[in-house]
Design a binder for this molecule. Sequence first.
Ligand SMILES: NC(=O)c1ccc[n+]([C@@H]2O[C@H](COP(=O)([O-])OP(=O)(O)OC[C@H]3O[C@@H](n4cnc5c(N)ncnc54)[C@H](O)[C@@H]3O)[C@@H](O)[C@H]2O)c1
Length: 278
Amino acid sequence: MERNLENEVAVVTGGGGVLCSVMARELAARGAKVVVMSRKQENADAAADAIREVSDDVLAIAADVLDRDSLLDANEKTREAFGPCTLLVNGAGGNHPDGNTAMEFLQQEDLTNGTRTFFDLGCEGFSFVFDTNMIGVVQATQVFARDMAATGHGSVINVSSMSAFSPLTKVAAYSAAKAAVNNFTQWLAVHLSGTGVRVNAIAPGFFLTRQNKDLLTNPDGSYTARGGKVISQTPMGRYGKPEELLGTLVWLADQTQSGFVTGVVVPVDGGFNAYSGV
Ligand SMILES: NC(=O)c1ccc[n+]([C@@H]2O[C@H](COP(=O)([O-])OP(=O)(O)OC[C@H]3O[C@@H](n4cnc5c(N)ncnc54)[C@H](O)[C@@H]3O)[C@@H](O)[C@H]2O)c1
């Protein structure tokens, strides 16, 4: 494997999760020094242990993307271990039922029969999901990309979603947040364009992970009605495999391959975003 990222110090938020632990491992295999950041130390440790099969230049740090002090502390630890961050993957994110409606389409009787409708969503739950996916990206970027702007070397890769382009039914807060991530990716790319820092995003289609497994599959492995609907809207007719995100990740991370690419959101989705359903 080409070690084309040997000059990079990569911080991967959400690095203890399913998709981003695979991403972090790939960056390490390509020669980057990698900081795996997760809310829980044990998840960061587990991902770092897997990376040690390919590299010793890995550090596991617990930090919350909504807690600026924990991010500042993580940035200091990164600098001490490897030097300033040059590649930030904003992978921390996820959904929660408090930001979802119970039904895809509102029926008038839902207003009186106890169904959780849009009108019942509390701002606290909505904000939690929105902030986790959007404000977490803003805040981690403020902390880790400042050195990039100062040195003129760096790249930020946000993790968006299909729900950013067309919102998914039920999924109100998460969809709004990911749409905001796309918009912010473009905004920041323009804002930092004179500094040498590139800002892009990957928008995964549907990958079976902890976050969505119960929504999309039954305990026996068959698809739920929603899972079947996703597959019927995915022209390739299957879920993605985490490894299928890696080509796009490495391309966006490598200054020599994508040095003139900034402000783009790349769908990796088996054709979901291109398909009208007809
Ligand atoms: N799985 C999919 O099909 C899919 C599709 C599109 C986008 N995504 C996005 O990909 C990213 C990774 O998701 P995944 O499917 O691997 O899920 P995951 O739950 O396995 O990973 C998400 C990680 O983010 C961490 N996290 C959540 N809130 C955090 C916070 N406040 N501070 C720090 N860390 C926090 C979690 O602890 C977890 O380790 C997310 O941004 C998700 O929205 C996933």
